[in-house]
Every structure is written in structure tokens, then in C-alpha cells.
Design a protein around this ligand. Structure first.
Ligand code: PLP
Length: 451
């Protein structure tokens, strides 16, 4: 574990307050002790005890695209607070929100050119689902309420978002019954195909199958299909190249709106502004969060095409913190940094390097598949490369612990270790990270008797 050599850390402040509820953290984890993160700089974070860690997860939930410690963003936030900290998004506007909508219209894919802002990814998903319904209702199409999502999808934790949650099932099940009208289809996950087929002989059955579901549900009742362009649930899974075109065509045939959830993938994570650009398909509605503000302040957003916006007179939606001027000012500065430092191209280049360095890990007996797009990569783990048997969950926790002991922040997602470092990561940091990842995997395999 690395020590913070500059001695800037403060001494440990004793145990955590028993009054704080951590999110998605078991009491056992709390008893074992969770690190208290005190500060960050570049691609490193430091805990209260002075340990430093290379963060291969950009804040674990992956928003910190421009890295830690950006004074320019702090200054933009300060300036905006002093000028105007808040005013309602209803019947009033503010300049940062207007400028952010302009800035996004320049980089958003296809015809996405109308935007509104909320506080996070879940709210963006809620808003997108409402917007789709609003579009249909405004055109007199009152029956369209069903939303198609995919098993293995993650779209957040609030009511509408939970409707579309096809992974972390406990989160959804504990809140059931949810609003009716959710339809789950299979995900494109070729490494462990849910339909037990093989690409390309499968003819992309997982995509074609969506039409069967729509026909069964009644096309006149289906409002939207929501999906991540590259999916986190199995570990940064990129679908076959034909997948998105087929999905788009099916949606068009049945008047179903296509909502692309770019909450993780957006703002350079996959080496493009938005991941749907890899597939040459245009969405009707798009959600954003995380990299939009690099996590410095809470912000989410929704974009739609002129076609979707045109029939809606008044969007019946209002968050107190909608179009928040401070969050929008932070996002504008964040976008300026992404542009000035060419971080989209950098993600593509460094991502290719990361993947190249990760490939040899496939010789480890517990590694099934190494994959990635831009600076979003994953190592799919298995106890048996031939049958692709799932890796035990407790072993995932053990890998993450090992990483922490070696001074790197790791995370797992479904069956994979997943990597999403800040887009400013250097080759040297990648080399150092890979060395530790390799050691973690080797030690784990040995302990399991598979080494
Ligand atoms: N959509 C996707 C694809 C996500 O990955 C997430 C969060 O990880 C969300 C929505 C929900 O975002 P938030 O956690 O900001 O509410």
C-alpha cells in the first residue's frame, strides 16, 4: 500500500460515525472497516490514514473523467455560486444551463439537440422514460406506456429507473411491485450467450427477438426501449456490430422510441463523445450523467431529437434543482477541459494500450475473456475456461481487497473485474496498474488451487 509521501494527510480521525448509513454496503463490510477517502490528485486518491491508491475506477462509479484536483472546476463553481447559486428551472432560465445545452448540441450524436438537466443518472433515466411517454401522449397515442429493458441492464435506483433494472436484482425486488409495463429482453452477451447460441451463426437472435416481445406485448402499448450502448452489467460488454442497427430498425417498425443510456459511456469513456457513435445508429432520446461533470458536482441530463420535442408543448416535469446553474457551470468547465486536453482521443489511444497490456492476462486460468472499448475495459473471470463457469462472488471481494492492499482501487461488475480510470491516465500508470492486477489474479488463482 503506498504512503502519501508529501505528508499532506491528516492523522486518522478514529472510527466512522455510527450515524452514517453507507449505501450498498453490508454491516459486515462496515465492521471490517471501510477506508475514509480524504482527497484526490490526478489519478490517485488518499485515505485519512495516508495510504495512496491508483484509482482504476474513476471514483468507483466511474465519473471522474478529468481526474482529481481540478482547480479550474472549483473556480467555476465558486464564481457561479457568488453570481447566482440557484433559481428555478420553471418559467426562468439561467445562462450556464443555456450554454451547456448549446455545447451538448455540438457533440451529441445524430439529431439529439434539445436538453434538460437533472441531478444524476437515475433522474435522467426517469426523465427520459417520462419524455418518451409525453411524446406519445402529446400525439394522441395514449396507450403507449410499456418500457423494454434488458436482463443484465443497470439504469439506476429510482422508481422508473428500477423498472428498467435488469441487474442487481435485489435492488429492484425489494421495491416490488413496481409500476406495471416493464418488459425484459435478453442482452447481447456472447461470452455467455443467454440464448445458448454462438456469434455469428446466431444471426444476432438477441436483437431480432425484441420484435417478438413487442408483438406479444402489443406494439400500440410499447413506449420505448432503453439500453446502454455498451453494457456494464457483464463488464463493459460491447455488442456485435450488427446489433444496434437491428434494434433501431425494430423500434422504427413499431413506433417505439429508442432511449440510449449514455450515463457511463458518455463524454469519452469509450473513446468517442458518446458510445452509440461506434455503431452508426441515431437514438431518439439520450441520458447522460457521470462524465458530464466528472463527478465534481451532481448532474444528469437528457437529450432528445427535434422530432421528439416537437409535439410536446409543456414538458410536465419539474425538479427544484433542474437546470441547476452551479452544476451546469461546472459541466461547462469540465467539457472545456475534455476538449482542451483532447481527452476523447486520449481515451481511445490509452484504452487501446490498456487493452493490449491486459491481453496476456488471458493466460491466467481464472481469466475467461479480456475486452474493452476506449478506457472502459474488463476481465471476465471463470473457474473453468472450457465451461465458462461463473466465478464465485466472495472471490471477487477478495480480489478487490487484494488490490487495495497493493495500492490500487479495483471494482467488479457481474462476472468481471472492470476498469474505468480517469481519462488522463498515463502509460506509466497503466503499466503500474497492470502489474498489480496480474499479481492479484495470480495470487487468487493460486489460493484457489487453479494457479
Ligand atoms: N444508467 C446507467 C447506465 C448507470 O450506469 C447508472 C449508474 O451507474 C445509472 C443510470 C444511474 O445513475 P446514478 O447512480 O447517477 O443515479
Amino acid at each position: 500500500m503506498g504512503k502519501d509521501e508529501r505528508g499532506k494527510h491528516e492523522q486518522s480521525r478514529g472510527p466512522l460515525s455510527p450515524h452514517l448509513i453507507l449505501q450498498r454496503t453490508s454491516k459486515q463490510h462496515v465492521r471490517e472497516g471501510v477506508p475514509v477517502i480524504e482527497r484526490g490528485e490526478g489519478v490517485r486518491i488518499f485515505d485519512e490514514d495516508g495510504h495512496s491508491y491508483l484509482d482504476l475506477t474513476a471514483g468507483n462509479t466511474r465519473p471522474v473523467h478529468v481526474g482529481y484536483g481540478r482547480r479550474e472546476i472549483a473556480q467555476a463553481v465558486y464564481d457561479q455560486i457568488m453570481k447566482l447559486p440557484y433559481f428555478t428551472p420553471m418559467r426562468f432560465a439561467n445562462r450556464p444551463a443555456s450554454d451547456l445545452a448549446d455545447a451538448l448540441a455540438e457533440v451529441a450524436p445524430g439529431g439529439i439537440d434539445h436538453f434538460t438537466f437533472v441531478c444524476d443518472g437515475s433522474e435522467a433515466v426517469e426523465t427520459a422514460i417520462k419524455l418518451a411517454r409525453h411524446y406519445h401522449v402529446s400525439r394522441g397515442d395514449l396507450q403507449r406506456h410499456k418500457v423494454i429493458s434488458r436482463r443484465g441492464a443497470y439504469h439506476g435506483v429510482t422508481g422508473g429507473a428500477l423498472r428498467a433494472l435488469g441487474t442487481v436484482n435485489a435492488m429492484r425486488q425489494i421495491m416490488e411491485p413496481l409500476a406495471p409495463g416493464t418488459v425484459f429482453v435478453d442482452s447481447p452477451y456472447c461470452y455467455r450467450c443467454p440464448l445458448h447460441l454462438s456469434y455469428p451463426e446466431c444471426g444476432i437472435a438477441c436483437a431480432r427477438d425484441i420484435e417478438r416481445f413487442i408483438e406479444f406485448e402489443g406494439p400500440s402499448q410499447v413506449s420505448a426501449l432503453i439500453a446502454e450502448p455498451i453494457q456494464q452489467g457483464f463488464g463493459a460488454y460491447r455488442p456485435p456490430k450488427e446489433y444496434w442497427r437491428i434494434v433501431r430498425e425494430i423500434c422504427d417498425r413499431h413506433g417505439v422510441l429508442l432511449i440510449v443510456d449514455e450515463v457511463i459511456c458518455g463524454f469519452g469513456r469509450t473513446g468517442r463523445w458518446f458510445a452509440i457513435e461506434h455503431f452508426d445508429v441515431e437514438p431518439d432520446i439520450m441520458t447522460m450523467a457521470k462524465g458530464i461533470s466528472s463527478g465534481y458536482v451532481p448532474l444528469g441530463g437528457v437529450g432528445c431529437t427535434a422530432r421528439v420535442w416537437e409535439p410536446i408543448d409543456t414538458f410536465q416535469h419539474l425538479h427544484t434543482y433542474g437546470n441547476h446553474p452551479v452544476s451546469c457551470a461546472a459541466a461547462l468547465k469540465n467539457l472545456e477541459i475534455i476538449r482542451a486536453e483532447d481527452l476523447i482521443r486520449r481515451s481511445e489511444e490509452m484504452g487501446a494500450y490498456f487493452l493490449e497490456q491486459m491481453k496476456p492476462l488471458e493466460s491466467n486460468p481464472i481469466v475467461g475473456e479480456v475486452r474493452g472499448t476506449g478506457l472502459w475495459t474488463a476481465v471476465d473471470l471463470t473457474t473453468d475456461g472450457a465451461t465458462r463457469a461463473l466465478f464465485p462472488m466472495e472471490r471477487m471481494d477478495s480480489l478487490v481487497r487484494r488490490g487495495r492492499e497493493k495500492g490500487i482501487i479495483l471494482k467488479y461488475m457481474g462476472p468481471s473485474l472492470e476498469f474505468a480510470p480517469p481519462l488522463i491516465i498515463t502509460r506509466e500508470d497503466i503499466d503500474a496498474g497492470i502489474e498489480q492486477i496480474e499479481a492479484c489474479l495470480r495470487e487468487e488463482a493460486e489460493e484457489m488451487g487453479l494457479g
